[in-house]
Design a protein around this ligand. Structure first.
Ligand code: S3P
Length: 230
């Protein structure tokens, strides 16, 4: 069977790095940085498969993340998250959206670093806070739901003063990104601008991947080793 590496090794002058082309695109970043919204669009643009680490954990646990935190605690969630990463490790030609905190544990990082090209979605914290608040009272009060579904922000849903809540939300987002920044900064590609739509961000990342040598235009629908989680 012809493999991707056979094709690529035919042309020694190609600017692409074989191992980069054959591996995954990993989206890292804080909560609401756009990893999931952008991830599946990017996968479609590249012709790759798509995995969302949080979704895998939810599927395995059979309940939402907020319930896992509430009923079994964060440490249990982190163990499930690690297990999901172990299962993902053999994946190839996938876009993989990580949960914001997945980068913290060293045993996770060992896996993540080997998954492929790392992309840090790093919009300004103000933009993240704005996104989380945009469904506020004027839009039916969905901010509370958005906060409650994120265990590390959930307590802020109980702050009645909206101005104070927004201030605390911004501080919390800054603190979480700050705690994880050493890992996020190891990304090969950083996307820092305030993007207007998930589509435009996906297109921007695709352009950056081409420049970095992790994606080759025209190979969008090339066959890849389909890899499934059972
Ligand atoms: C977390 C981020 C969440 C989810 C969990 C913990 C974190 O994922 O994994 O609530 O520690 O930042 P998203 O970044 O996709 O919201």
């Amino acid at each position: 069977m012809e493999t991707m590496s056979d094709n690529l090794s035919d042309n020694p002058s190609r600017p692409y790095r074989e191992e980069r082309l054959a591996s995954n695109i990993v989206l890292m970043g804080g909560m609401s940085s756009g990893k999931s919204a952008v991830g599946w669009l990017l996968a479609r643009l590249l012709g790759y498969g798509y995995f969302d680490l949080d979704a895998l954990v939810v599927r395995r646990a059979g309940k939402p993340i907020a319930s896992i935190f509430e009923e079994q605690g964060e440490a249990y969630f982190r163990d499930l998250e690690h297990q999901a990463l172990v299962e993902l490790a053999p994946a190839r030609s996938h876009v993989i959206a990580l949960g914001g905190g997945a980068v913290v544990r060293d045993d996770n990082w060992d896996i993540i670093a080997g998954l492929g090209t790392l992309v840090w979605l790093n919009p300004p914290p103000e933009e993240i806070a704005r996104r989380l608040a945009v469904h506020g009272p004027a839009r039916g009060g969905k901010t509370e739901a958005a906060l409650r579904s994120r265990p590390l922000l959930a307590d802020l849903a109980d702050v009645p003063d909206l101005e104070l809540r927004q201030k605390q939300l911004l501080e919390r987002i800054k603190a979480l990104v700050g705690q994880r920044a050493d890992r996020y900064k190891k990304a090969h590609i950083v996307i820092s601008d305030t993007f207007s739509t998930p589509e435009s961000t996906a297109a921007l990342i695709r352009d950056e991947l081409i420049k970095y040598g992790s994606f080759k235009p025209g190979h969008e629908h090339r066959p890849f080793d389909r890899w499934h989680i059972l």
